[in-house]
Write a protein that binds this ligand. Structure first.
Ligand SMILES: *Cc1c(COP(=O)(O)O)cnc(C)c1O
Length: 396
C-alpha cells in the first residue's frame, strides 16, 4: 500500500477536503492565479527576492527559544518558536509578502484582504506601503472595536479599513465581504487571503509561504539538540496557517506528534465556541470543502471566541485531512484557559503572547510529557493588540 501523502493533489484536494467551490465569475481569475503561482514556485529570482525580504525586512530566522521556567513547570524541554518577534508582530507577514510579490508579478493594481484580529490586515497594509500598492482591508465591525490598535496601524500605513456590519461582525463576515468585492472587480484586484483557507490554490500556497517556520525549526533544533525532529509541535488553529507552517516539514515524519489547538470559547458544548473540528460537519465555506460549524439545514452557526483571530466557523482543508487521518491531534482550549496561559507565560518567561498563541500554550497542561520530550510551541504572535482584553480580565 502507498504511504499516505499529505501533499495537495493536482485538483487542490487533501483527500476529500479542499477544491474550488467558487462562483463562475471568479473562475478565470482563480485559473490565472494557479498558473501564476505555479510559475513562481520554482522561480529562483522570485524566491531570492522573497527570501531577502524575510531576512532583512521581517528579521528572520525567528529565534527558537528554550523556555527554562516553562520547561520546569511542565516537565519537558519546551522551545518557543518566536514568530511574535517578526516585523508587525506575527507569522502573517511571511504570507503577506509572498502574495503581494505574486500580485505585483501578475500586474494586479489593487490589493484587498480580510482580517480578524487585524494582524493579517496590518501585515498586508505594511507590504502594500512597502510596494506602493493601494490596499483595502475588510474587517468585522466587532473586531474593529476589539482590536483598535491594529485598526489605527492599518490607517497610518495608508490602507482603507472597511467595517463589515453583517452576521456577527467578525472574520467570516469580513471574508464574505472581501469575496463579494473580488467578484465585482476580478480583473484588476488581487485578494490576499490570510490563512490556509479559500479555494485552491490558496490553502497550499499559504501553507508553503508559512513553511519557512518548520524549515527553521529543523535546523535550529539540530544545532541545539542534535536532532531535526521534536517529539511534539503544538500550534493554535484559526484557519490553520501558523500551524500549517509549523507542521509542514514534519508531516511525513511520523515520530513528530502534531497538536492543533482550537478555540473552545466558553466550552465545546456551550454553543459559544469556535472549535470547528470538534463541532463541525463536512460542508463548504469560502470556496473549500472542509469541516464547518453548521445547523442540520446547513446554515452556518456563528462562532465565538474571545480571540478574534480564532473566531471562525471553518478550518483549512489540510487540517481537516490531518485530523481525519489521525496525523494530528486536535485539542480545544477555552477562553479562560487561554487567558491564564497568557498570564503564565508572561510571569514565567517575560513574554506577553497574542491571545491566539495563548491557546497553544494552554495545551501544555493537557498533554502528559516525559522529561526527555522535546516540545516546540509555535508562538504565532505578540500580545500588544490584546492588552485591553488582558487588563479587563485580570482586574476582576
Ligand atoms: C491570525 C492569527 C492566528 C490564527 O490564524 P491561523 O491562520 O490559524 O494561523 C493565530 N495567531 C496569531 C497571532 C494570528 O494573528
Amino acid at each position: 500500500m502507498n504511504k499516505l501523502t499529505y501533499k495537495v493533489d493536482e485538483n487542490g484536494y487533501y483527500g476529500n477536503f479542499g477544491g474550488e467551490y467558487i462562483p463562475e465569475i471568479l473562475h478565470a481569475v482563480v485559473e490565472e492565479l494557479k498558473k501564476a503561482y505555479a510559475s513562481i514556485e520554482n522561480d529562483s529570482k522570485f524566491q531570492a527576492e522573497y527570501d531577502s525580504l524575510l531576512r532583512d525586512y521581517v528579521g528572520r530566522p525567528s529565534p527558537l527559544y528554550y523556555a527554562t521556567r516553562l520547561s520546569k513547570k511542565y516537565g519537558a524541554k519546551i522551545y518557543l518558536k518566536r514568530e511574535d518577534l517578526n516585523h508587525t508582530g506575527s507569522h502573517k507577514i511571511n504570507n503577506a509578502i509572498g502574495q503581494v510579490l505574486l500580485a505585483r508579478k501578475m500586474g494586479k493594481k489593487n490589493i484587498i484582504a480580510e482580517t480578524g484580529a487585524g494582524q493579517h490586515g496590518v501585515a498586508t497594509a505594511t507590504v502594500c506601503a512597502l510596494m506602493d500598492m493601494p490596499c483595502k482591508v475588510f474587517m468585522g465591525a466587532l473586531d474593529v472595536a476589539r482590536q483598535a490598535p491594529n485598526v489605527e496601524k492599518m490607517k497610518m500605513l495608508g490602507a482603507e479599513v472597511i467595517a463589515v456590519e453583517s452576521g456577527n461582525k467578525t472574520l467570516k463576515d469580513a471574508t464574505n465581504e472581501a469575496i463579494r468585492h473580488w467578484c465585482s472587480h476580478p480583473k484588476d484586484t488581487y485578494y490576499v487571503i490570510g490563512s490556509t483557507v479559500g479555494p485552491n490554490p490558496y490553502p497550499s500556497m499559504v501553507a508553503k509561504f508559512q513553511s519557512v517556520i518548520s524549515r527553521e525549526i529543523k535546523s535550529q533544533l539540530m544545532e541545539k539538540e542534535n536532532t531535526a525532529s521534536p517529539d511534539y509541535v503544538i500550534a493554535c488553529v484559526g484557519g490553520g496557517s501558523n500551524a500549517a507552517g509549523a507542521f509542514y516539514h514534519f508531516l511525513e515524519d511520523d515520530k513528530v506528534r502534531l497538536v492543533a489547538v482550537e478555540a473552545g470559547g466558553l466550552g465545546i458544548d456551550s454553543g459559544k465556541t469556535a472549535a470547528t473540528m470538534h463541532c463541525g460537519r463536512v460542508g463548504i465555506i469560502h470556496g473549500s470543502r472542509t469541516y464547518v460549524m453548521q445547523t442540520d439545514d446547513g446554515q452556518i452557526i456563528e462562532p465565538y471566541s474571545i480571540s478574534a483571530g480564532l473566531d471562525y466557523p471553518g478550518i483549512g482543508p489540510l487540517h481537516a485531512f490531518l485530523s481525519e487521518n489521525g496525523r494530528s491531534k486536535v485539542l480545544a482550549a477555552n477562553d479562560d484557559e487561554a487567558l491564564n496561559a497568557a498570564m503564565e507565560l508572561t510571569r514565567l518567561e517575560g513574554i506577553i503572547p497574542a491571545l491566539e498563541s495563548a491557546h497553544a500554550l494552554a495545551a501544555l497542561g493537557k498533554i502528559k510529557f516525559s522529561p526527555s520530550d522535546i516540545v516546540v510551541v509555535n508562538l504565532s504572535g505578540r500580545g500588544d493588540k490584546d492588552m485591553a482584553t488582558y487588563l479587563k480580565y485580570f482586574k476582576s
